[in-house]
Design a protein around this ligand. Structure first.
Ligand SMILES: [Zn+2]
Length: 307
């Protein structure tokens, strides 16, 4: 049976003129002629509807390795530090919350400061979040009517790269933020050292990811939302284990279970006190890569300035 596909316009400028950028298995990336955004086109219809993630749900998001890694205190360390810098208290909506690990850290570390709620398309992941005491919204984010509810923060941790219509999500986030509220976005960096070295073999060039931002296209993407202004941007995170494996590896998809296992291993290394000298080296490398915008991810913090 042929897989149903959806044709896309550029997720940043909405124009349709694009040239082939690369192919990897069933994934085809194109580059927008107008704004240089790189995105998957066409994409599987199931990705557009979110069904894909419900299918992926249990084997990946709920595998013991993935859960252990996500729920390790160190997993959201950078995100939490950044979040606390801009949002000191209030109501938080985590879009694409998966199993709820970010909100769980927020709740357990700063119980008096935040009221968090998460939303996701993967129902099995939301079940887990609820078991951990996290409030969840089971509606889809875009059609959801939030009434008069407004948030102090809306977070998209590694979410925008999965969305067929990311601009609609950003606009919706802007519409439900309080004046002065913040929107946090973290996406993979297409110009990272890892992508430059491993190229098409890099594991996160995969069908689940349909948008491939650079610092330039991420800035263009967020500039489209006039009510939000950039208060911080840069690159962060560096996983040398992923880079080393993918540099040696092939183009085939890294199995979900293997990806989860490596994330768990990385987390274990980070928590091992015997590896302190290695960690100092690693932290130095990460800082250098970050200043050169070569780290694994890009982030941007936006503030709502007008109603
Ligand atoms: Zn474009």
């Amino acid at each position: 049976m042929a897989i149903a596909e959806v044709q896309r316009a550029c997720p940043v400028c909405e124009r349709e003129a694009a040239i082939l950028f690369l192919k990897k298995g069933s994934l085809q990336l194109v580059r927008c002629r107008d704004c240089s955004m790189i995105y998957a086109n066409p994409v599987e219809a199931e990705l557009a509807s979110g069904k894909f993630y419900d299918r992926l749900g249990t084997p990946f998001y709920l595998s013991p390795n993935k859960l252990e890694s996500d729920y390790a205190p160190i997993r959201f360390e950078r995100e939490l530090r950044q979040f606390r810098t801009f949002c000191h208290s209030g109501s938080v909506l985590d879009v694409g919350c998966s199993t709820g690990a970010f909100l769980y850290q927020l709740k357990t570390r700063y119980p008096a400061d935040y009221r968090g709620v998460g939303t996701d398309v993967t129902s099995a992941a939301l079940d887990h979040a609820e078991q951990k005491g996290i409030d969840v919204i089971r509606d889809l984010f875009l059609p959801r009517d939030f009434g008069t509810t407004r948030f102090d923060a809306v977070t998209f941790w590694a979410v925008m790269e999965h969305l067929v219509h990311p601009k609609l999500f950003l606009a919706k986030a802007a519409s439900i933020l309080k004046p002065g509220g913040h929107c946090f976005i973290l996406v993979p960096n297409l110009r990272s050292l890892a992508v430059r070295l491993a190229g098409v073999k890099y594991r996160y060039i995969m069908p689940d990811h349909v948008n491939y931002f650079t610092a330039v296209t991420l800035r263009r993407f967020t500039a489209a939302e006039a009510s939000l202004t950039v208060v911080a941007k840069g690159s962060s995170h560096f996983n040398p284990l992923v880079l080393a494996q993918d540099f040696r590896g092939g183009e085939q998809r890294v199995p979900d279970e293997a990806r989860a296992r490596l994330l768990k291993q990385t987390t274990a290394y980070k928590q091992n006190p015997w590896l302190k000298p290695v960690k100092l080296l690693y932290a130095g490398a990460e800082r250098i890569l970050a200043t050169m915008n070569l780290a694994d991810n890009l982030y941007v913090v936006l503030k709502k300035v007008s109603p």
